[in-house]
Design a binder for this molecule. Sequence first.
Ligand code: FES
Length: 495
Amino acid sequence: MTTTAEQSLWLATARESRRAPLRGREEADVAVLGGGIAGVTTALVLARRGVDVAVVEAGRIAAGATGNNTAKVTALQSTIYSTLTREHGPETASAYARAAQSGVELVGRLAEPLGCGLRRAPATTFALTAGEQAAVRDEYESAARAGLPVERVTSLDLPVPVHGAVRLPGQLALHPADYVRGLAGAVEAEGGRVFEDSRVRHVSTTGPYRVHTDDGVLKAGTLVVATHYPILDRGVFFPRLKVQRSYCVAATLRTGAPPGELAISAGSPLWSFAAHGGRLILGGQGHPAGERAGFGRYLALDEFASRHFDVEEVTHRWSAQDAVVYDGIPLAGPYLPGARRLWVAAGFGKWGLAMGTVAAEVVADGITGSDNPYRDLFAPHRVSLRSAPKLVRQNTEVAKDLIGDRLVPAEARDSGEIPAGEARVLPDGFGRKGVYRDRAGELHGVSLRCTHLGCFVRFNAAERSWDCPCHGSRFDIDGTVLEGPATRPLPRRKP
Ligand code: FES
């Protein structure tokens, strides 16, 4: 019997490619922070226009949300068109559909020469229960009105109940880590530079930007922040973005390779289906980041897979988080109103392969002064009156986490009460600390105050990390930053 890998299928099977950290002093016309789909695509579009560009990635290229997704590149995104039509009107839904389709087509063109398992497949949103039928009907009507060549179908090539579906032909699936690492190679082939293992600690903004990492400084006239969640704290994005965590498993089946359907159910809980390399990929179990998450999320996926498929073995488990914009539309453009040298791309919901790609083009066009048909749609500082109540609600929740968690109750009196493999909140003078006991019995203590803006982090038992509910920063058991926007580790505490 083999052991399930606690790593995404994509990162576990990606072609090896390693790049050196940023060391010493470097200069570029444009520095791109973040080596995911949006950052690397922006860099490639710029490099192909002759811009001297350098990418700075905290870990490995494609090792964040890009390498931890379901690898669907599609303009049919759950029930987005009925939501956009309801909240913004049919024109906005149409513009979004054109943007999403253009993202899919750009991925197709860029991926073609990279040998990254690219294939065309239809994408489907379906009703798993009779109660989801109305949502699917709405989605069909809204997507068709938005201009997508969707069709209604009554069955899927999947062994799950189907009570109606909307399908969009000609979408894409690929190996996302091989794809984005291939793009990074293309950036280098155009003369750009890509630095890995270079977490940004600080950016000085007087004169040209200076991006400081542990070992080097990159000076650049223009800066693109494509760090999944924007790491520069200007107070403008934190109220607009909410972070959602979701989970995936890959499994082999006794019946052979699973069907290649790219499908997602329309209700809650939602289930997402894809296939790669003879494995079924099942996703779902999403929840707001920072909510207590246990291994049960994976078990629920295992159970659903076994109920509907003849599962031989669950081979990989992984999870990821996505920044979701309050009005459902990504942010891509000037970081601050009128800014010409500071740009941002963020908030792709769970559809970053398509939307991060079109956002990259919006940013690259902005930097090089070219027109882009989606500039206004993605404008980071748009004001959406219809979505304003959502924004207020979202910020009320964050405010609760900023203030209320200061009263977080202790879960144990001392570390002697903590079983192996678990964590507890303990008293620490007048405050609190988090203590984790590893399988070998060693204790690891950290401050619970997130180093971003001070919310209290919570233990994520599924990933063995301390996660922040406010803006999604994640920290290892020793306090090391796993995901931003935080750039500094949690201070250690004596356990
Ligand atoms: Fe913003 Fe923690 S991520 S306060």
